[in-house]
Design a protein. Sequence first.
Length: 614
Amino acid sequence: MQQRFFHRFSRELFVAVLLIIAILAVYGQVVNHDFIQFDDNAYLLDNSHVRTGITFNNIIWAFASFDVSNWHPLTWLSHMADVQFFGMAPGSHHLMSVALHLANTLLLFHLLCRISGAFLRSASVAALFAIHPLHVESVAWIAERKDVLSALFFMLTLNLYAGYAEHRKRRSYFLALFTFALGLMAKPMLVTLPFVLLLLDYWPLRRTTADCGPDGLGSASGPSKSSFLELLREKIPFLLLSAASCAVTIMAQHNATASLDATALSVRIANALVAYLGYIGKMLWPFNLAVFYPFPESIPLWQPVVAAVMLAAVSLMVVRERRRRPWLIVGWLWYFGTLVPVIGIVMVGLQSMADRYTYIPMIGIYIMAVWWISDMSPALWHRRSVLALLAAVVFSVLSVVTWRQVSFWRNTTTLFSHALDVTSGNYLAHFILGREAVKSGQYNQAHGHFDEAARIAPWYEKQRSRQGVARQEQERLDAEIASAHESVRQTPGSAAALINLGIVLARNNKLDQAVENFTMAVSLDPQSATGHYNLGLTLGRLGRFDEAVVHFSRALQVTPNAPDIRNNLGIALAELGRLDDAIEQFNKVLALEPDHLQARKNLELVLGKKASSR
């Protein structure tokens, strides 16, 4: 008995280590990713409560707030804890989400091994969950911390419930109820969890009196069987928590919920049918994934009809096979049921579908696929060399695709540029890219994006206001450049006038002209720290970091206690690969100004880069 336990433990540990390695290999790159200027603003960057970490007042706010149209106090506290321990360095926030995804994967693997006894199949499902590209959005987007955090409590609840079903200990039941409540406080999408428990009662726990096949814990010595009504009565406390969460969510999302008059019910139902089938398609062919899928202006009738026929056919098949292959109906209802809150019958937001919605529901499809393949080809599963080769090919391909998908989340521009590449009519991507272009002074590019957003979605008001801002800013800058040129003409030989003109030109992305004016300014006044500093900044934007270092150093000779000059000197040194010198500069900045968030972020990035290069 002890030897059997050790063997089981050692092989589960071996798979767990492989899963950890796979996740870190695919998602480790997020340590160098930035915040995404889409929802990360509301959750972190522009949220004064989160940015100040865990305080008594912030805890009260987390439980009382309906910010971003949700009530999820545990999610707020999670973000606050990250800020408390890591500051505003995005890499650390990203790694915490990866750690939660890793924990979810291991808990799922442990759960399936425990309740089904099927080691290889459980490992395969866990591996699909760990590295499938559909889950990148939930893991690589800091604003979607609620996905991975709520899933942690979802997995804990299922594991605790499995223990209760096996040993009938009340402590396990109440702990499961408690973790479910915590999960609802992380994301209300978990309201369907009581129905997942009923599915597990059917298979593989086999707690129901219905005939549900040969697999699972149920056996002559297994848990006693109950009628469906008895099992349903057992779930009443869970259902009450779900009902309370639904009521609070309706209040929280009152303003975010799209008007039911805006999109006809028939269109919403059609989109839901297409989405149900579309998510499965993306699972089978995980390419062209995007952060935002625009809701179509119209849906051809054939699409929902084909989707309805195919969904009905699968539903009929799993019902007919419920005794021989109970995992089919359990997996199908898991997928179908857990997607209900976000399938779009009640619209929240403007998207037609979202990859993040599949984080928990897709587990049901993974179970269906893995158990069905096992059942259809039992001889293959006994030929371990063939099985190992097949699994290696599938998971290697998925890992490469997922790694590539994660890379698109490097920053806002790469993410939404990719969205434009793989979708059509994506007005939101044009709007976001236009907004980013305004920030970097690329006003002509911003106009193009805003104009295209206006053409695609003239009803979308945000792009109109941003377009106006961009045009006003361009007109202002043109006038400012003319004024600065006039100042230089009227005061020849003035270093201050040349510096002012250089600043205006750099702000308008006329970098080469700015360098000329800054160079003339520092030749007239070699002791001008402002001139050397701005010349260094502009040279850095041009990628001429060796020259930038020279001018930052000269500026520091004049003003040695200027933290921003030292911070930018550190950035230039890091770009040149002089990591130790860069670290020294960032440390000096923090000695001068301990709350300099940018320097702290840069220091953590350089330390991480140095560690990875060893």
